[in-house]
Design a binder for this molecule. Structure first.
Ligand code: COA
Length: 381
């Protein structure tokens, strides 16, 4: 696909020069528009659609126009692309638009400094994430709001890369959050419907390897990890929270791990961290019996650090994080490592055991039937 070729091959995205700390200015947006028309190479249909959608979202907000008829192919594809951006804000769309054009300019050998809005510390660009470093904090924002930030294989790989980048950059800690009204809806269940050439066993083997690396990236992260849970969280986005150092949530957030409902089993080292955090029976109520926690209950049980009113969530949390970012970096990192190192070998072993169990679950009839039911229920709506 042309978009992934571009993003993978083009490494360096932008420097801070010309970028404002909070997204793109109107001027940068205008510059990006003129740079787009000056591009020498056709970026390909997929990217053109993405640019179109971001432009519409940036200038008009979320798509509220009626869906074009079935036979109006071109307008339907454009409408779908715009609609897929969900409720991301105009500011965010403008920022993504500038970044995308910036990477295209860069790909042609030009300077993107004038157009790119998000300074990505190590220079990598991402298709499914927004990664930025500002005020000594690297923020990794899951960016598939239309699918409630469900995690695809590409996204798992990008998160691993973003964590590796954040481990090396100048930031003092890394923050995870989600775009739109959800934090994350967990593993993208359509991953199960895309059976590769090698069949179900091969798909399970590849999924297991990816999951093992994904969870390891959290276990190995050397600086404090902070979650800013901006809405409901499901599945693996909840289980890895046991590996985070600080978790702030809006009162709208919920925490749900419906594994057995899906014929699956726990991951993210939660089979070890959850019983230690909240006690074995509360953990089992979540991991075996699919109990969904409200934010305040999750806080009472010690799964998260603090809950904030939704109206002041972002501002209160940002104030706290900016204050923490004034702390000395070595002391922060070394203290985190001290707290976590005792468990490291144990966590590797737990991760391996969970992945092994899931590999078997993914090829089971129970899992197959549950995933099919999810999509059948959606189809009936
Ligand atoms: N995998 C794949 N697609 C997902 C998804 C997931 N985990 N979570 C949400 N989506 C998709 C929906 O299918 C829908 O797609 P569509 O617009 O093409 O129909 C879109 O995201 C919006 O979700 P929707 O279900 O319409 O929103 P909602 O607010 O009614 O419900 C959830 C949100 C997350 C509660 C619901 O989508 C859900 O239960 N998802 C599955 C969560 C899950 O089981 N994750 C795995 C845990 S192990």
């Amino acid at each position: 696909c042309p978009s992934s070729q571009l993003s993978r091959s083009e490494g360096v995205l932008c420097s801070l020069i010309g970028c404002l700390s909070s997204g793109a200015t109107v001027e940068q947006f205008e510059q990006a528009k003129s740079k787009l028309s000056a591009l020498k190479k056709d970026p390909g249909n997929e990217l053109k659609l993405k640019i179109y959608a971001l432009f519409k979202q940036a200038t008009q907000g979320p798509c509220n126009t009626p869906k074009p008829g079935m036979l109006d192919f071109v307008n339907k594809v454009k409408w779908d692309a715009w609609k897929s951006l969900g409720s991301i804000s105009q500011d965010e769309a403008r920022e993504q638009y500038c970044n995308l054009i910036g990477s295209l300019v860069e790909a042609e050998g030009g300077s993107s400094a004038q157009v790119a809005a998000t300074p990505a510390g190590g220079g990598a660009t991402y298709e499914t994430l927004l990664v930025s470093t500002e005020d000594d904090i690297t923020t990794i924002k899951l960016n598939r709001p239309a699918k409630k930030n469900a995690i695809t294989p590409e996204m798992y790989n990008e998160i691993i890369a973003a964590l590796e980048q954040a481990a090396k950059d100048e930031s003092k800690f890394a923050v995870f959050t989600g775009a739109g009204d959800f934090y994350c809806s967990g593993n993208d269940l359509s991953n199960f419907t895309k059976i590769s050439e090698g069949g179900v066993q091969e798909m399970a083997r590849q999924g297991a390897e990816l999951l093992r690396r994904y969870v390891r990236a959290y276990i190995d992260f050397p600086k404090p990890l902070v979650a800013v849970v901006n809405g409901p969280a499901v599945g693996i986005s909840v289980t890895v929270l046991g590996l985070f150092d600080l978790i702030y949530a809006t009162e709208r957030a919920t925490f749900h791990t419906p594994f057995t409902q899906l014929g699956q089993s726990a991951e993210g080292c939660s089979s070890y961290t959850f019983p230690r955090i909240m006690g074995p029976t509360k953990a089992s109520e979540m991991l075996l019996f699919n109990k969904k926690l409200t934010a305040s209950r999750a806080c009472e049980l010690g799964l998260i650090t603090e809950v904030f009113p939704d109206s002041s969530f972002q501002s209160e949390v940002q104030t706290r994080l900016k204050a923490y970012a004034r702390l000395p970096p070595q002391s922060l990192a070394l203290s985190k490592q001290l707290v976590r190192s005792v468990d490291k070998e144990r966590l590797y072993a737990v991760n391996d055991a969970e992945v092994e169990r899931l590999t078997e679950r993914w090829t089971s009839e129970e899992c197959f039937n549950a995933v099919m039911s999810f999509f059948q229920a959606k189809a009936k709506l």
